[in-house]
Design a protein around this ligand. Sequence first.
Ligand code: SF4
Ligand SMILES: [Zn+2]
Ligand SMILES: [Zn+2]
Length: 319
Amino acid sequence: MKKASKTAKCTLCSKKSVYSNQGTHYCRNHFISYFEMKVYKTIEKYKLIEKGDRVCVAASGGKDSTAALYLVDKYCRKNRIECFALSIDEGIDGYRDVSIDGLRAFCQEHGIKLFEFSFKKLYGQTMDQLRETMLKEHNKRPCSVCGILRRRVLNVESRNLKSTKLVTGHNLDDEAQTFIMNVYQGSMAHNAKMGPISGIKQDTKFVPRIKPLYLVSEAETTLYTKLKGFKLSYHPCPHSDLSFRRFIRGQLSELVKILPNAKYGIVNSFLEILPDLKRKYRCSVELRECETCGEPTTQRKCNACLLEEKIHSKLANDF
Ligand code: SF4
Ligand SMILES: [Zn+2]
Ligand SMILES: [Zn+2]
């Protein structure tokens, strides 16, 4: 999959090609249709959204979640399904504040209701404040802290908003990376929770997380948002430099230079074994309520509460 050469013509209408995939060239309009069809087919094939759903889109103002928000909102309007957006400001100066400003403008322009939350209000600290403490005192990388805290806000607040589905902007690249990360770490049980609909066991307290961009690549999503003229910031988060994901992402980028369809190969192979993985690990997962916050977890206390204890012990020591 690559950008089209300067001279290539669209296979479907002979206009100037902007993108090529497996021998087919696409002009701007045909690429947009190809991308949107791929997303809608994913929604329908995996029954991600159905009549009667109340759909909450986790939006950050980044390219992936904005593409997901735009297309899910369009799909829901067409099918008379309720849809709104939820944002979390993790407190990353010069990055999240900028993207959330863009998200507010986007939601206003498209008539989408937006519910806003922030780490500062919910946890008393911003990610910028947490980065050094968690790294130095607890050897925790920023993305793992951010991911745990964000997942809890997403589940709790989307449930409070009576959502039946929570949309995330994860794309094919994210899924291929996560699968490989879990393989390297020997965590096949974590892979069992992945797929177009996340989760391994149903629990009334878990809002099912769905991924309409599951089968589109990051490059395709970037191109789509640019061709649609969405005003977005494409800068990476300043804390991502320390992430394991960034390392795996680099490895996969090298791999696709010699094996262009490697990410599709990884995700398609994963989808083949996913039903077996879910069967295997479903029985070994025992969900219970966290003794501190009551959220579903496999441990006595959920990861977010364990992290919060660390955050508050630091605050108490400082005081
Ligand atoms: S890159 Fe890491 S720290 Fe930055 S928003 Fe994503 S998960 Fe959070
Ligand atoms: Zn065309
Ligand atoms: Zn808890």
